[in-house]
Structure formats: C-alpha cells, structure tokens
Design a protein around this ligand. Structure first.
Ligand code: SF4
Length: 446
C-alpha cells in the first residue's frame, strides 16, 4: 500500500529541521522498511510545496494519508483534513506529531480517523496501516485515539521500541530542499556545516514545568541502540549527500556515561568522518568526559540554563548556577567545544534584570545564549481555535500562552536579537559585564 506522509505547508515561526529529519524521516523509514509499505513524503516546510501540491496529493490519495502535525502547521493540518475528505472521501487519515498531541481536543472535532498520542509513534502507525491495507474499518490502536461511528475511543497503552528506531530515510526526505533553507543556527568564526539530524534518545526522566518533552516523547528516556549501524549510516550519508555534521536529537545525551563511552568509540568522527553536537544537562558533564567527546568529534554541546537570579543561583533547582556555568564554559573552551545555553525569556515572575543577568552571565562564560520564549504548552490542550496556536511558539511571542511580566516587545526583542536587547536595557537592568569574551578556540583537526 502507498502511504503518503504529509506535513502541511506553513510559514514556520520556529524552523528546526531536526524535527523534520527525525519525525518524518524515522517514521517514513519504519513504515517502509519494517511495515513493508511504499512511502511518499511531502514536507510543506519547503516553500515550493504549495496548496496546489496538497490538492494534487489529495486528488490521487488512496488508502492511508498520515499527517505530520507540528506546532507550526496545526491550522494547515485541519485544512488538509478538510481537503482530503472533499477530494478523496474514502481515504483514511491518521495524525501524529507534537501538534497532534497538544491539540488532540481540537483535532477530535475534525474528520481524522486516528490521532496518535503516545511515543513511539511508529508501531501505532504501522498498526493503522495494517488495518487500512486489510480494508478494515478503523479500530482501536495502542497509543491512539480512534474515531468510530463519530465517537473517539482511546486505545490501550502505546508500544515502545525502546531505542530500536530506524534512521531517517534520506532517500524519502526532500534533503536537497532542506539544504536550501536558511540555517536556524550560525556561529561567528565557525564554518557552516552540512548537517543532518538523527534521534539519539526519546523522552525524559525529568519533568520541568516549562518543557513539553516528557509529555510528548514519554516520561522515560530511551537511547538509540545499534551504534555500529548508526556509524555506517553516517559514513554513507557523508559519501552520498556530503553531510559533515550530525545533530543528535535527544534530551540528555550524557545521562549514561557508559553510553557516551560506547558512542565515542563506535560513532566518533574517526570512524564516520562526521562531527556531532548534542544536548545534555550540566550535571552530566565534567572535563574528562568533555575531553573524550571532543576527541571523538563533538563540536557543540547545548545545556539548559533557563534563568539565573542576580545572586548567581538558578531560578530552577537542579539547573546550572553562575559559578558552575563559568567552569563549564572554561572546560568547553579548553576542548574547542562550543557551549550553547538555552535561556528562557518570559517566565512567570522573571524580570528584565533577571533576563539581562542570565544573558550576560552566559556570555561571560564564553558560551552562546539561545534565548527562547516561555510557553505554557499545557494550556494548549484548552485552545479553542487552531489559529490561536500561532501564539504558542518559542521564537515569536507567547500571548496568551505565556504568563510572564515582561512586555511582549521585550520578550520578542530578547529572543530575536539578544545582544541588541542587552544594549537597550543597559546597566539599569543590572548588567554584570559589558565585555565580550574571546571566542572559543577551534580544536585542531583530529
Ligand atoms: S527541560 Fe530537559 S531535563 Fe527538563 S523535562 Fe525538558 S528535556 Fe527533560
């Protein structure tokens, strides 16, 4: 059976191609390589994918259409469901993705047949595909909501693959189009990389109130198995597509030291020719581990800082304080690893002073802040209109899904142009340093 996986066209507020490599690419690979279907991917994040493209797909759709729902394209997904129902009434429609999870209440008002809620998405979609291929009426599927005779029914608990995930199917993804999109990150003094992303873990054992990961990806972090397969995949991706770097998509890459040792030994740059970056917690990093990672080709590490109080403590227990952040910055600089710090702007009760202190402290540590807008994602479940979802993203503005005391203009400026914002707030906001530290030195080629 031919399965169309469609991410409805939209203008992104927050373009993060990691989501597309992982959420589209790994699901497409599973449905083709494990479930045995023909798969076609249409990714509306590309400007050349228009509504004409969607109508064309809808006119030819049969069997199953799987709609990938991000937080950028919920309104457009609802429109796509309507188009499919009008143009190919017999087609079955399944929704998955973080937008499907957060907006499950609104999507139950549409004519979709299934809403996949739980990770891992792939077994649920494979079961749905099996039902459609057999010509059966939609029936309950683990980890999903199923619509039968106009009523939505929750299936049993979802199935976890526990790290046994496919790698993104580069031959199914529009990777040439991805390469033409503007990079969502660039760093002074560093050559832009040709980068792909693979999922290295899913879920998180923590539950930070500002973060949707545990709800969307699961309350336990599973790590990818099959590291030799990953190494071979990266070597092939470099040869076939010229990729020079990989983003390891996951919450806490260094949560298990043995896993990092194993990864460095089996997937390091000496074996693949591809450098890598990861996200983790400051508590899981130290100089020997960073040295091992850098020697294995790690060029960037990102940690959550969120918000520092003027006395240097973190607003959140367990998050990094100013003193340790300075140490972390020094360790990374010594290894030539770029330290990226996620900063949350617009938290409840957070003042301009606190944001300025946070950005200045990150900068003084030789790290690069990546400020993002605080959004209370859990409020999305009560949204009454798909159009409202635009206001819940990390890069534009967050009203009415924020609860902060900063003005929307302050929040947007700090997120879009933090250095300019720091200049505008000046010493009155309690800046600790106006000097910019030297950039981290590049590590010599291995
Ligand atoms: S912020 Fe990081 S540690 Fe906290 S729940 Fe999200 S992924 Fe987990």
């Amino acid at each position: 059976m031919l399965i169309r996986i469609v991410s409805a066209p939209c203008v992104s507020a927050y373009l993060n191609l990691d989501h597309h490599f992982v959420e589209l690419g790994e699901v497409a690979a599973h449905l083709r390589d494990r479930a045995g279907h023909e798969v076609r991917v249409v990714d509306g994040v590309l400007p050349e994918v228009t509504w004409d493209t969607v109508v064309e797909e809808a006119l030819h759709a049969t069997g199953l259409v799987v709609l990938h729902v991000t937080l950028d394209n919920t309104l457009e997904t609802a429109r796509t469901i309507r188009l499919l129902r009008q143009l190919s009434p017999g087609t079955r429609i399944a929704l998955y993705g973080r937008g499907a999870y957060h907006l499950r209440r609104l999507f139950q008002r549409t004519d979709a047949d299934w809403i996949v809620l739980e990770q891992d998405w792939e077994p649920a979609l494979a079961e749905i595909a099996a039902q459609v291929a057999a010509g059966a009426e939609p029936g309950p599927v683990p980890g999903t909501l199923t619509r039968t005779a106009g009523t939505w029914t929750r299936g049993p608990a979802g199935v976890r693959l526990a790290g046994d995930w496919e790698l993104p199917a580069l031959d199914l993804l529009p990777v040439a189009g991805y390469a033409r999109l503007p990079a969502d990150e660039s760093y002074p003094g560093r050559e832009p990389e040709r980068e792909l992303a693979v999922g290295v873990s899913r879920g998180c054992d923590s539950y930070c109130g500002y973060c949707p990961i545990p709800d969307v990806m699961g309350r336990h972090e599973y790590f990818r198995t099959g590291l030799d397969t990953l190494a071979g995949y990266l070597r092939a991706a470099r040869e076939s597509h010229g990729y020079t770097a990989v983003s390891l998509f996951g919450a806490n890459f260094t949560a298990h030291r043995d896993y990092v040792h194993d990864f460095c030994a089996r997937v390091g740059t000496p074996r693949t020719g591809v450098t890598w970056k990861c996200v983790t917690s400051h508590a899981e990093l130290d100089p020997p581990l960073l040295g091992e990672m850098a020697a294995a080709g790690c060029t960037r590490v990102a940690v959550g800082v969120e918000s520092l109080l003027p006395d240097g403590r973190n607003r959140f227990s367990g998050r990094v304080g100013a003193e340790r952040l300075a140490d972390l910055g020094a360790w990374c600089a010594a290894e030539g690893v770029l330290l990226i710090c996620f900063v949350m702007v617009g938290l409840p009760g957070q003042t301009r002073h606190e944001v300025a202190v946070t950005l200045d402290t990150v900068r003084a540590a030789g790290a690069v802040p990546r400020p993002m807008t605080y959004v209370d994602y859990r409020r999305l479940a009560a949204a009454e209109d798909f159009a409202d979802v635009f206001w819940a993203n990390r890069k534009t503005v967050s009203e009415p899904f924020g609860r902060g005391i900063l003005s929307m203009r302050d929040t947007a400026l700090a997120v879009h142009s933090w250095e300019h914002w720091l200049d505008t707030v000046g010493p009155a906001a309690g800046r600790t340093s106006g000097e910019r530290p030297a950039a981290a030195p590049r590590r010599p080629a291995q």
